[in-house]
Design a protein around this ligand. Structure first.
Ligand code: COA
Length: 535
C-alpha cells in the first residue's frame, strides 16, 4: 500500500488556530465527561458507600480483565436534560473483555435516583442489547435499580421499545445461545425483578441484593403482611428457598469474581475469520487531527488527511483515485484489522454515488468491515443534476449501504446534513457503532439553509395574499431558526438523545473502531444480499 503524503503544514497559522479552537472544545468535552462520571450528591454517595457497595464504574473495572479498555457507550446520555439530574441517564453500558471474551455490560448507577429508568436509560439499555444481538456478545447486567422512574411512566412503560423490551430481548438473546448473566447488587423491584429472573445464571450479594415483584410497602398495603426486604426477597431467600438466584456472593468483589469464573468456562461458537495483520501506528500523528477537525464548516478539509492520521502506517490503497473525488474510497488497516473506508470530500454527485455503491459491493464480496467518515452537506441540487437522475444514483448508494452485510462503523467528524447522512450510514442504516467528534454537527440541513427555505415559503404565502414579508419578520424567522439549529444540531444534543453511541476524542477513533471490529468477529458476516438497483 502507498503511504498518504500529507499536504498539511502543521506550522501554519491556520492549523495552529484550528488546533487552539479544537482544544477548547475538547477541554469542555472532558469536563462534561468528568462531571457525569463523578458529580453526585454527597448524601447519595455516602449512603451507597456506607452499605459497602462499590460504584457502578468501579464494579465494571473489577469485572473486566485487568489492563483492558472498557468501551463506554453514550456516557453523555440525557446531558442537559431533566436539569442534569440523570448523569449518563443513570446507567453505564459498554463493551468490555472477560477472560478474553468481548461482552456487553449494563450497569445501573444507584447513586442517580436509585438507578431508576427514564426514557434515555431505557434507550441505552436496549441499544446495548441490540449490540449484543448484532455481534453475539454475552450480556452482564449489574443490577441495582428501583425500576421505572415513576413520574416518567408514560414515556417508559408501555411502548414497544420501553421497559418490557429488556426481558423480551433477554429471552431472545438466550434463545440464540448468547449468555445472559445478572449480578444483583442492590434493589431489583417490580418489572426489574425480571432482569435476574430472565437471566441464564444469576448471582446475588448477601445483605444487599433484593428481588421482588412488590416491595414491603406494597405488600403491607395490599395484604397487611409486614415483612422486611431481606425476608421478602433477599439473597439468602433466593439462593436457598425460591431458586431465583444461583450463586450467593458475600460482597460486590466476590460477586464480580463469580461472574468472571463463569466466563472461564464459556465456550463461544465459531467466529468470523478476518485476516489480522500486525498493528502499526499511523505515520502522521493522530494528535494532528486536532488541527484538522472541521470547526468552521465554510472551510473544506481534505478527508485523506484525516485518514492518514487514523490508519496503520498512514498506508492507503485508494480505489478510483481519479474518479469522483468528492468521495474518497479505499482499503487500509486499523490496528491490524483490514477496513474499507468511505470518506466525504465534498457534496455527493451522481458519479460519487456510483463510486460509493461500487466500493461497498467490493467490501461486501470480500467480507471487509466498512468505516464511514462523515463530513457531508448532502447531495448536489439543481436542474441539471435532477435531469441526470441524481436521485436514481443516490438511491443506488443508499441501497448498497442498507444491504451491505459486513459490519459498518460510522464516525461523524464534521457535518452530517440531509440525505448525505443516510448514504453515509447514519443511525437509520444500522452501523454497528456510530460516534461523533465533539466538534461535529447533525441536522436535516444547515441552519442558514433552513432559515432561507422557511423565509422563501413564508414570502410565497404572503405574496399569494398580495402582501410583503417585512425585513424585521425575515430577521426574526432567521434568528429563531439559527438558534434552534445551533442548539439541536450540536453533538451534545445528539448524544443526549442516543442518536449516536457517544462523543469521542478524535485520537481514540482508531482504538474504538478496532474494538468494534474485534467485537464484530463474534458473529459470522452474512453473504451480501442486494435487491434491485435502479439503473
Ligand atoms: N421512581 C422515582 N423516583 C425514585 C424511585 C422510583 N421508582 N425509586 C427511587 N426514587 C428516587 C427517590 O425519590 C430518591 O430521589 P432524591 O435523590 O431526589 O431524593 C432517589 O431515587 C434515591 O432513593 P432512596 O429511596 O433515597 O434511595 P435508597 O438507596 O435508600 O433506595 C430504592 C433505593 C430503589 C431501593 C428505593 O428508593 C425504592 O424502593 N424505590 C421504589 C422502587 C419501586 O417500587 N419501583 C417500582 C417501579 S417499577
Amino acid at each position: 500500500m502507498k503511504r498518504i503524503v500529507s499536504q498539511v503544514k502543521t506550522s501554519s497559522a491556520e492549523f495552529k488556530e484550528n488546533k487552539t479552537a479544537f482544544l477548547e472544545i475538547l477541554s469542555e468535552y472532558r469536563e462534561n465527561l468528568e462531571n457525569v462520571a463523578e458529580k453526585r450528591s454527597e448524601s447519595s454517595l455516602k449512603k451507597h458507600r456506607s452499605r459497602g457497595k462499590l460504584l457502578a464504574r468501579e464494579r465494571i473495572d473489577l469485572l473486566i480483565d485487568p489492563n483492558t479498555p472498557f468501551l463506554e457507550l453514550s456516557a453523555l446520555a440525557a446531558f442537559n436534560m431533566y436539569e442534569n439530574e440523570f448523569p449518563s441517564a443513570g446507567i453505564i453500558t459498554g463493551i468490555g473483555v472477560i477472560h478474553g471474551n468481548e461482552v456487553i455490560i449494563i450497569a445501573n448507577d444507584a447513586t442517580v435516583k436509585g438507578g431508576t429508568y427514564i426514557k434515555e436509560s431505557i434507550k441505552k439499555h436496549i441499544r446495548a442489547q441490540k449490540i449484543a444481538f448484532d455481534n453475539r456478545l454475552p450480556c452482564i447486567y449489574l443490577v441495582d435499580s428501583g425500576g421505572i422512574f415513576l413520574p416518567e411512566q408514560s414515556n417508559v412503560f408501555p411502548d414497544r421499545f420501553d421497559f418490557g423490551r429488556f426481558f423480551y430481548n433477554q429471552a431472545r438473546l438466550s434463545g440464540l445461545r448468547i449468555p445472559q448473566i445478572a449480578i444483583v447488587m442492590g434493589s431489583c423491584t417490580a418489572g426489574g425483578a425480571y432482569v435476574p429472573a430472565m437471566s441464564d445464571e444469576t448471582i446475588i450479594v448477601r445483605d444487599q441484593g433484593t428481588i421482588f415483584i412488590g416491595g414491603p410497602p406494597l405488600v403491607k398495603a395490599a395484604t397487611g403482611e409486614e415483612v422486611t426486604a431481606e425476608e421478602l426477597g433477599g439473597a439468602f431467600v433466593h439462593t436457598h428457598k425460591s431458586g431465583v438466584a444461583d450463586h450467593l456472593a458475600e460482597n460486590d468483589q466476590h460477586a464480580l469474581q463469580i461472574c468472571r469464573n463463569i466466563f472461564e468456562n464459556y465456550n463461544p461458537e465459531q467466529k468470523q475469520k478476518l485476516k489480522k495483520f500486525s498493528s502499526e501506528e499511523p505515520f502522521y500523528s493522530p494528535e494532528e487531527l486536532y488541527g484538522l477537525a472541521p470547526i468552521d464548516y465554510r472551510k473544506s478539509v481534505d478527508s485523506k488527511e484525516i485518514i492518514a492520521r487514523m490508519v496503520d502506517g498512514s498506508l492507503f490503497h485508494e480505489f478510483k483515485e481519479n474518479y469522483a473525488p468528492t468521495l474518497i474510497t479505499g482499503f487500509a488497516r486499523i490496528m491490524g484489522y483490514p477496513v474499507g473506508i468511505l470518506a466525504n470530500n465534498g457534496v455527493i454527485y451522481s458519479e460519487t454515488s456510483l463510486k460509493g455503491a461500487h466500493f461497498i459491493e467490493l467490501c461486501g464480496q470480500r467480507k471487509i468491515p466498512i468505516l464511514f467518515l462523515q463530513n457531508i452537506t448532502g447531495f448536489i441540487i439543481g436542474k441539471q443534476y435532477e435531469h441526470n437522475g441524481i436521485v436514481r444514483d443516490g438511491a443506488k448508494f443508499v441501497h448498497a449501504v442498507a444491504n451491505a452485510n459486513v459490519p459498518k462503523f460510522t464516525v461523524i467528524f464534521g457535518g452530517s446534513f440531509g440525505a448525505g447522512n443516510y448514504a453515509m450510514a447514519g443511525r437509520a442504516y444500522d452501523p454497528k457503532l456510530l460516534f461523533m467528534w465533539p466538534n461535529s454537527k447533525i441536522s436535516v440541513m444547515g441552519g442558514e439553509q433552513a432559515a432561507d427555505v422557511l423565509i422563501t415559503v413564508k414570502q410565497d404565502q404572503f405574496k399569494a395574499k398580495g402582501e410583503e414579508l417585512s425585513i424585521e419578520e425575515k430577521e426574526k424567522i432567521k434568528s429563531e431558526i439559527l438558534n434552534k439549529y445551533n442548539n439541536e444540531g450540536s453533538a451534545y444534543y445528539s448524544t443526549a438523545r442516543l442518536w449516536d453511541d457517544g462523543i469521542i476524542d478524535p485520537i481514540d477513533t482508531r482504538k474504538i473502531i478496532a474494538m468494534g471490529i474485534a467485537a464484530s468477529l463474534n458473529k459470522e458476516y452474512p453473504d451480501p444480499n442486494y435487491g434491485v438497483f435502479r439503473m
